[in-house]
Design a protein around this ligand. Sequence first.
Ligand code: NAP
Length: 283
Amino acid sequence: MVINGKELSVSLKTQLAERVAGFAETYGRVPNLVVILVGEDPGSVSYVTGKAKAAAEVGIRNTTLRRDASISEEELLALIAELNADDDVDGILVQLPLPRHIDENKVISAISVDKDVDGFHPLNVARLWLKQPCVLPCTPKGIIKLLKSAEIEISGKEAVVIGRSNIVGLPVAKLLTDENATVTVAHSRTRNLAEVTRRADILVVAIGRERFVTADMVKPGAVVIDVGVNRDSRTGKLCGDVDFEACQDIASYITKTPGGVGPMTIACLMENTVECFLKRMDK
Ligand code: NAP
C-alpha cells in the first residue's frame, strides 16, 4: 500500500488553516514566517516557492527575502539579528545550502531559538536528544506522522535508517528510538548493507542517490519510507532513493517520491511556525 504524503499534508494544512483563522481575533495578527533565500540554486528556489504556497494555504504571512549569492556572512548575520529583534516575526528560515563562503553552523546558531522553525538550532537539537519540549526538524517529524497515519506499529520493531545527516538520518533515528523501535543507522561505511536493510521492519532511506534501494534489500512486508529527492537520469523527472516499481510489491507500505515525505516536510514547517507563534504569544 502506498502511504500518500500529499493527501496527509493537505489534511494537516486544512486543520492548521482552521486554527489560524481564529488567530487574528484572539491575538490581533496571524503567524509571520520569513524565509531567506541566498542565490539562485534551482532546487532551493523551488523549495522556497513550495513553502510560500503552503503558507498562503494555511493563512500564514510569508515573506521571502532574496539575497544575492555574493552576500557576506556579516551581512547575512546582521539581517538575521534584525529579524530576531522584530516582534512581528515568528519564524525565520534560512534556505540551505548556503554559498561556500558562509558558515552554515554560524548562521543557524544566530537564529533566535524561539523563531527556529526548522528545528536546526543547537539548542533545539540538544532538547530533542534530551527529550525536552522543542521544535522538531520538519522531515523527521513528517516521517513519524506518516507512519502513525497508516497506523503502523513502531514500538518493538526493527528500524533501519540509511543516512546519518543532521537534518534527516540522525533525528529520525532518535524519534524512532523514542517510539521504542530498535534502530540501526547505516551509512556509506556500512558493510553488507543489504544484509542490514533486510532486517528492517521499517526502512527509512535518506541518501540522495536515485533508485539506490533495490528489491533484494527489502524484507517482504517491510514498511519503506523514501526520503530521497533526485533527478531521474533517464527521464529527468523527480525520483526517490528507492526503486519504487521493484519494491512496491515486496513492501507492505511504501512512500513515493514525489508525493511522499516532501509534502509532509512542508506541512510540518507550517505546524512549527504556528507552534513558535503560539509560544511567543503565550509569553
Ligand atoms: P546528506 O547530508 O548528503 O546525507 C546522505 C547520507 O547518505 C550520508 O549519511 C551518507 O553516508 C549516506 N550515504 C551516501 N551514500 C551511501 C551509500 N552508498 N550507502 C549507504 N549510505 C550512503 O543528505 P540528506 O540531507 O540527509 O538528504 C538525503 C536525501 O533526502 C537527499 O536526496 C535529499 O534531497 C532528500 N531530502 C528530502 C527531504 C524531503 O522533505 N523530502 C528533506 C531533506 C532531504 P556518510 O555519512 O557515510 O557520508
